[in-house]
Design a protein around this ligand. Structure first.
Ligand SMILES: Cc1cc2nc3c(=O)[nH]c(=O)nc-3n(C[C@H](O)[C@H](O)[C@H](O)COP(=O)(O)O)c2cc1C
Length: 245
């Protein structure tokens, strides 16, 4: 059993998160990871309406009695995403952990507080993590430029950022991005809990690494998309680096 500030805070067995992936992290994947002792995260922006999202949360609750999280991406989008409704739904459904990402979550704070969930924010810059800490978030994830999705514009790697993040905030830090090979995972796992751990992160998050697991799951559209964008090595080259201008 690996004990870190994150395993304690979230009530999970291992300090490993499955990072949210638009279209690719439905209830089945999140529940599988949570059942295995990590933290599964459902990407709310994969659902067209708040009702669809509610149904997905209920499916996850049927599939696991372990904690899982939902991700609310605040990135600008061509389609209007009802993020306020998603946060309300997560609160009503008793989701224990909500993660925001993509933009400052400041204007959503009252709603997020109402949900009574544990709050985490994911960003690619240290100053954004510090702001999240000031806003009262419970944990933060830092992702380097290797991250899939929207990795930020500073071209700084995970290995540099994690160390800086752990020194810059007092709340627990989750290290994300480029932890996808088995070898890197093994190293991070050893670093994470050790007293003289290299990066002083309390947890690691990986997304693309979980895509092969998703392949074995029956999850409709997500599964079809997986076959388009995943490779046998577990990375998702077709999906990486959708940069925010
Ligand atoms: C296909 C794909 C979709 C993603 N969608 C989201 C998303 O909807 N919200 C979000 O916060 N992060 C999203 N991410 C970022 C991941 O959650 C995570 O931060 C990052 O991919 C970690 O890097 P790794 O894939 O190298 O492990 C996505 C990543 C990928 C590869």
């Amino acid at each position: 059993m690996l004990k870190t500030r994150i395993t304690e805070l979230f009530g999970i067995k291992y300090p490993v998160f499955q990072g949210a992936m638009l279209w690719l992290s439905p209830a089945e994947l999140a529940a599988s990871v949570s059942n295995a002792g990590g933290l599964g995260i459902i990407a709310s922006s994969s659902y067209l309406t708040a009702d669809d999202f509610r149904r997905e949360i209920r499916r996850a609750k049927d599939l696991t009695d372990k904690p899982f999280a939902v991700n609310v991406s605040l990135l600008p989008s061509r389609r209007a995403i009802p993020n306020e409704d998603y946060i309300r739904v997560a609160g009503q459904e008793g989701v224990k952990i909500i993660e925001t990402s993509g933009r400052s979550p400041e204007s959503y704070i009252p709603l997020l507080r109402e949900s009574r969930a544990i709050l985490m924010h994911k960003a690619a810059r240290i100053r954004d993590l510090q702001k999240a800490e000031r806003l009262g978030f419970d944990a933060v994830t830092i992702v380097g430029h290797e991250a899939g999705g929207h990795p930020g514009m500073d071209d700084t790697s995970t290995i540099v950022l994690v160390r800086q993040a752990a020194a810059a905030v007092k709340i627990p830090v989750i290290a994300g991005a480029a932890l996808r090979t088995d070898r890197a995972w093994w190293r991070r796992w050893r670093w994470v809990p050790g007293p003289s751990r290299w990066a002083r992160a309390s947890c690691c998050a990986a997304s693309a690494r979980f895509i092969p697991l998703s392949r074995t799951l029956s999850c409709g559209t997500a599964r079809r998309r997986l076959s388009l964008c995943s490779s046998p090595t577990g990375t998702a080259p077709g999906c990486l680096k959708q940069r925010t201008p």
